[in-house]
Design a protein around this ligand. Structure first.
Ligand SMILES: [Zn+2]
Length: 366
């Protein structure tokens, strides 16, 4: 993984590179970013850079023997620890083939994506993993560079595992680099938090996401804009959106509001049937889109139209829409939609949730 493969986040990359060039690399870094962020890719790009034989000003060379091995996650001085399952004899090293495949296919993948990938329901990092790390580090570096230990989803470490790790974090062997990755900082032991240098990995800004989707994923500006709008900087979510058949959320929402407005039951029932056929993810996407539209309409209504994030066709739509439908009680409409999303999340039958929501909406926007 090279920095160039990670969208945006220029200031974080620059700070990491700067620490190497100034010879000021902390021996333990914690990449802290929400699920779906670039935390793991940044850790990998950093490790690649540190060990590159011809590092440039902004990235590793991508050509040297070390970069090649890092690119395949097959460097003898690079080890990984991540949640697995199957008892204490089953360690991360038994899952390396699956792990390499996962990182290659979905470097921004979430913890639950990983569990799905290896087909387990719940993973953990047992104390044996920490022992394994300590044992590996007692061996000499194969290639003379840094030994790199990546611990992904470090919050999955049970207390004994974390405590065993702590010992070696306190007195690390020379030229060893611990790169911890978390999506839940608050679950880490305070003693771990205080022994690592935290690298806060933010979500992408809308423009960064747009550039990524258009330039690296070949999306049209329109689709990139909609995806960026819906996924709020979460790279993993944005990529999974691209993989789905796109429902025209706008058309769906407009028609639905129209039927609610005139209280056309003959139309609302088949709409609820179709809603029921969507995947749970898609159902939530549609309602999420509705919430976002309402937020923009609210901004339009209170004269804050400069804060509206949609553009072109979508913007015209908001302007027209807010004139036709008088949402005098946007709060309550939004609340009703949020409530419906929660019910869908809890597996209440979507058709019933949707019908119920439609009736509430009809009463509210009449
Ligand atoms: Zn290189």
């Amino acid at each position: 993984m090279r920095f160039a493969e990670i969208p945006g986040l220029d200031e974080i990359k620059a700070r990491l590179i700067d620490s190497v060039n100034r010879g000021n690399v902390a021996h333990a870094l914690l990449f802290d970013g929400r699920s779906g962020s670039a935390a793991l890719p940044l850790a990998l790009a950093f490790a690649t850079y540190v060990n590159c034989e011809h590092p440039g000003e902004t990235d590793s060379c991508g050509q040297c023997a070390s970069c090649n091995k890092y690119g395949k996650l097959m460097h003898p001085d690079l080890s990984f620890t991540f949640p697995t399952a199957g008892g204490k004899k089953v360690l991360s090293e038994n899952f390396m083939a699956e792990w390499r495949e996962f990182v290659k296919e979905s470097p921004f993948g979430s913890y639950s994506d990983w569990l799905n990938h290896i087909n387990i329901r719940q993973g953990n990092i047992p104390v044996e993993e920490s022992r394994q790390i300590i044992q590996n580090l007692s061996l000499k570096s194969y290639e003379g560079g840094y030994k790199v230990v990546v611990i992904w989803n470090v919050e999955s470490m049970a207390a004994p595992a974390a405590n065993a790790l702590l010992k070696i974090l306190e007195e690390p062997p020379e030229k060893t680099l611990f790169l911890l990755v978390t999506s839940d900082y608050n679950r880490l032991l305070p003693t771990i938090q205080s022994r690592v240098q935290r690298v806060a990995v933010r979500e992408l800004e809308e423009q960064e996401m747009m550039d990524f989707l258009v330039n690296s994923r070949g999306q049209t500006r329109e689709r990139a804009s909609r995806t960026a709008f819906l996924t709020e900087g979460n790279i993993n979510l944005a990529l999974s959106h691209l993989g789905q058949e796109e429902t025209d959320h706008k058309e769906w929402f407009v028609n639905w509001m129209r039927y609610c407005f005139v209280f056309d039951l003959a139309k609302l029932v088949p709409v609820a049937d179709r809603f029921d056929e969507f995947s749970k993810e898609e159902q939530k996407n549609i309602l999420e889109y509705g919430l976002k539209v309402l937020r923009e309409i609210y901004l339009e209504n209170v004269g804050l139209s400069q804060m509206i994030r949609l553009e072109n066709e979508e913007l015209t739509f908001i302007q027209k829409f807010s004139k036709v439908f008088r949402f005098d009680n946007i709060d309550r409409v939004s609340e009703a939609i949020s409530g419906a999303m929660m019910h869908i999340e809890r597996n209440v039958r979507a058709k019933i949730v949707f019908m119920d929501l439609s009736l509430t909406m009809a009463a509210l926007i009449k």
